[in-house]
Ligand binder design. Structure first.
Ligand SMILES: Nc1ncnc2c1ncn2[C@@H]1O[C@H](COP(=O)(O)OP(=O)(O)O)[C@@H](O)[C@H]1O
Ligand SMILES: [Mg+2]
Length: 239
């Protein structure tokens, strides 16, 4: 379990996260949703030590990981992998090498072929990132994250910028990986189709606060205007 406790973050006068508390349970697919610019990415960056909070803690394995020194944080980063929104592949490396490199850097065994196969990109393994489409890049980034054998994997907007059918394929991939590899998935998204097809739990951020933390049904049944607007507007493709 990852426990976020009373987390606050601000940039200049912009209070982005205002006393957020939230638990992420193991074995689940946990969505963090909300409008663009509400602090979803900022929130998860605290889980992997990329940002230090102005207040609050993130408890993982009985430690406040916001206080860890870089060396200790590196150990945690092997257990909690963050897949950036832009796949951040190295242009001068093939897809195979992109997956292999972090394994070498972290002195990890890891069967690159197995992960290429899991995400169904074996046939592209010798291609370079500029030779492939966005969906294959996302798959490569996911394979690279999974190859680290993490307990948690954070997907930041995994379906944004993909075609409808590619997005659904990524949904299935996230869902299958959670089940097959027993990796807890934290998914940042505003893709309603993804949310309502694979989420076990959903946390919605709005104006620095948690508007709702619950199940798909809790969201569908919520009378809150902002939530209803989010659900309906997105369904009509307005936002
Ligand atoms: N490093 C930073 N410095 C200053 N402002 C930031 C920084 N990172 C994010 N922000 C601001 O915090 C807010 C939330 O950003 P973000 O978490 O990226 O939103 P999203 O929910 O779309 O992921 C935005 O207003 C953004 O401009
Ligand atoms: Mg973001």
């Amino acid at each position: 379990m990852i426990k976020i406790e009373h987390l606050s973050q601000k940039f200049n006068d912009n209070l982005v996260l205002d006393d957020i508390s939230l638990s992420i349970e193991k074995g689940k697919i946990h969505f963090i949703i909300g409008m663009s610019g509400t602090g979803k990415t900022v929130l998860v960056k605290h889980i992997v030590g990329l940002l230090k909070p102005v207040n609050g803690r993130v408890i993982f394995e009985n430690k406040d990981i916001t206080k860890l020194k870089q060396k200790e944080m590196e150990k945690t980063r092997k257990k909690i992998t963050y897949i950036f929104q832009n796949s951040t592949l190295f242009d001068n490396l093939t897809l195979y090498e992109n997956i292999k490199l972090p394994l070498i850097k972290n002195k990890l065994e890891g069967n690159v072929e197995k992960f290429l196969k899991l995400v169904n990109i074996e046939k592209y393994q010798n291609k370079y990132p500029y030779e492939i489409g966005e969906s294959i890049k996302k798959r490569t980034a996911i394979a690279r994250g999974l190859a680290m054998n993490p307990e948690y994997i954070i997907y930041d907007e995994p379906t944004t910028g993909l075609s409808y059918s590619d997005a659904r394929n990524i949904d299935s991939l996230i869902s299958n990986m959670a089940k097959e590899l027993n990796v807890t998935a934290i998914v940042i998204s505003h893709d309603l189709k993804s949310i309502f097809s694979i989420a076990d739990r959903i946390t919605m951020l709005h104006k620095g606060k948690i508007l709702l933390d619950g199940t798909i049904n809790d969201f569908k049944n919520s009378k809150d205007e902002v939530i209803q607007q989010f659900i309906n507007a997105k369904a009509e493709g307005v936002i």
